[in-house]
Design a protein around this ligand. Structure first.
Ligand code: F6R
Length: 263
């Protein structure tokens, strides 16, 4: 794992965007990007949008696959992840809507929604770089604690904590859906690169657990220890409970030129 500790949330976004741009440059115009919703990746999306606006990055032929979707919200519901991804990713990054995919959380065909999504990812050639946030309880995607470390895209039940954390977006806490369709931990591990961004002291326990604790289904993000190319970009408050932060800073200060990101 590569751990990058940044002085601010804005810097987390710049470094996150630099990582995505590095992979896009390496893969080419048809790069496949895995995207998360929530607050954590917003500074990364902003920095990517700035690159697109400045003509330094072209994602018009790229594809995107979102991690998850609530069950039971229509695609045009403003809090559905279909609509959230349109507002925060597709439009600002000038991506083609037909190449941006979100799992189907409509109630009609939930049993097969996961399998269909897995097939779409495979048909696109797999995910080149997966952007992740992390829940305070260590979930990635909506793989809550106790999720199988080899799970695939499927329906899950949200924990009470996740529903409470996400209630800030809804008028009434009871409106937060109870179920979701989420990529599995095995699906996420299949991405060729993984970039996890986290900011704020509310994420400090989760970051310490997934980076320095054991690999365990009780901290689902810890599965990234099994990934060959996982980059964790955090601000100081999110890094506060890491015991080896001096080493992670030393690694970054000692990078050879060819390994440095163009942030
Ligand atoms: C979102 C997702 C979740 C969030 C996590 C953190 O698509 O899959 O894992 O990344 O809940 O949410 P924020 O960033 O809002 O703290």
């Amino acid at each position: 794992m590569e751990i990058i500790i940044c002085p601010s949330e804005a810097e987390v976004g710049l470094v996150g965007a630099a990582k995505v741009a590095q992979i896009a440059a390496r893969v080419g115009p048809e790069v496949v990007i895995g995207v998360a919703t929530g607050s954590s990746p917003l500074s990364t999306y902003q920095a990517l949008a700035d690159r697109v606006e400045a003509g330094r990055l072209d994602l018009s032929k790229a594809s995107a696959f979102a991690l998850d979707e609530y069950v039971g919200l229509t695609h045009d519901h403003p809090l559905s992840y279909h609509d959230t991804i349109r507002r925060t990713v597709t439009e600002p990054l000038k991506m083609s809507p037909e190449r941006v995919h979100v799992p189907d959380g409509s109630l009609t065909d939930l049993a097969s929604a996961g399998q269909r999504y897995e097939e779409q990812i495979v048909a696109a050639g797999g995910v080149d770089i997966q952007i992740l946030g992390i829940g305070a309880n260590g979930h990635v995607g909506f793989n809550e604690p106790s999720s199988s470390l080899t799970s695939r895209t499927r329906m899950k039940t949200l924990t009470a904590q996740t529903r409470a954390d996400n209630a800030r977006f809804f008028d009434n806490p009871d409106d937060v859906p109870r179920h979701c369709v989420t990529q599995g931990l095995g699906t996420i591990l299949d991405a060729r690169q993984v970039l996890l961004v986290a900011t704020g002291s509310g994420k400090a326990d989760a970051i310490a657990a997934i980076v320095e604790g054991p690999v365990t289904a009780m901290w689902p993000g810890s599965v990234l220890q099994l990934h060959q190319h996982a980059t964790i970009v955090v601000d100081e408050p999110a890094a506060a409970k890491l015991t080896m932060s001096d080493y992670y800073r030393l690694v970054q200060a000692s990078l050879p030129e060819w390994q440095k990101l163009d942030a």
